[in-house]
Design a protein around this ligand. Structure first.
Ligand code: HEC
Ligand code: HEC
Length: 194
């Protein structure tokens, strides 16, 4: 719904900016690189790709800077960090805006109901203050509800191992989690539907 339009709109913007000499000549080329993994719809070509469609532009920009400067590892695919390293600030703004304009639709993956229930209790206690479902929290919050399981598990394991930059307030909560707690949280976020 409206997505093909967004793509064309963004291509038009890129063409316009290129023609006016703003120097964004290769944003459309860059977008091709991104869609190879994230898909035209920003929902990912494989289950280990995070959904980026509908994430706020600021959240995406922070993530891209994190991949470019090494604060975020790319254990699943080094190409994500290599792609980010190649982006100029203008391209980061442009690409983040492109995916932010799409609707956020939960992955709708399978989950274990008992684990999800246990995960909800942990979320409500430790995470709910900063992470709400899309549309129900601060616009620039990081959305976990409905994000892909494989990606969440990987990101949480990295945080737990201290291999990914995080807020001290979050690190305190994550470091107190057992590995079963991580699996419970992953199943809780996977149980979300919108
Ligand atoms: C080779 C596949 C691949 C390519 C190419 C790629 N990505 Fe990614 N992207 C990933 C994977 C996998 C992750 C999760 C990586 C991680 O954190 O471990 C990711 C993460 C992200 C995130 C963070 C999502 C979140 O929830 O925090 C953003 C934003 C993003 N990519 C945007 C882009 C953009 C823009 C491009 C094009 C310049 C791009 N990616 C190119 C695979 C790719
Ligand atoms: C004090 C606020 C705060 C608390 C509490 C918090 N987080 Fe976060 N969380 C953040 C912020 C801010 C980020 C974005 C960090 C970045 O730049 O990558 C984040 C990122 C994440 C990510 C990575 C998402 C992505 O797409 O890259 C996961 C997973 C996550 N948090 C899980 C949790 C879980 C699970 C808890 C509870 C155990 C928790 N957080 C508690 C603020 C918080």
């Amino acid at each position: 719904m409206g997505r093909p339009m967004d793509v064309w709109k963004s291509i038009a913007v890129v063409t316009l900016l290129t023609a006016s000499g703003v120097g964004l000549a290769d944003v459309s080329g860059m977008l091709k690189l991104c869609t190879g993994c994230h898909g035209e719809d920003g929902r990912g070509m494989t289950a280990d790709m995070p959904i980026i469609a509908g994430l706020s532009a600021i959240v995406q920009e922070d993530a891209l800077y994190g991949y470019a400067d090494g604060n975020r590892n790319c254990g699943t695919t080094p190409m994500m960090c290599k792609s980010a390293e190649r982006l100029t600030e203008d391209q980061i703004v442009e690409l983040a805006a492109h995916y932010a304009a799409m609707p956020y639709v939960a992955a709708g993956e399978e989950f274990d109901a008992a684990l999800a229930e246990a995960g909800k209790a942990i979320h409500d206690r430790d995470c709910a203050i900063c992470h709400h479902a899309a549309g129900s929290g601060d616009e620039d919050e990081v959305v976990l509800h409905g994000q892909r399981k494989d990606y969440l598990r990987y990101a949480l394991q990295q945080y737990a191992a201290g291999e990914r930059m995080q807020l001290p307030a979050m690190a305190k909560k994550i470091s107190a989690l057992a590995s079963e707690d991580i699996e419970a949280l992953v199943n809780y976020y996977a149980s979300y539907r919108n």
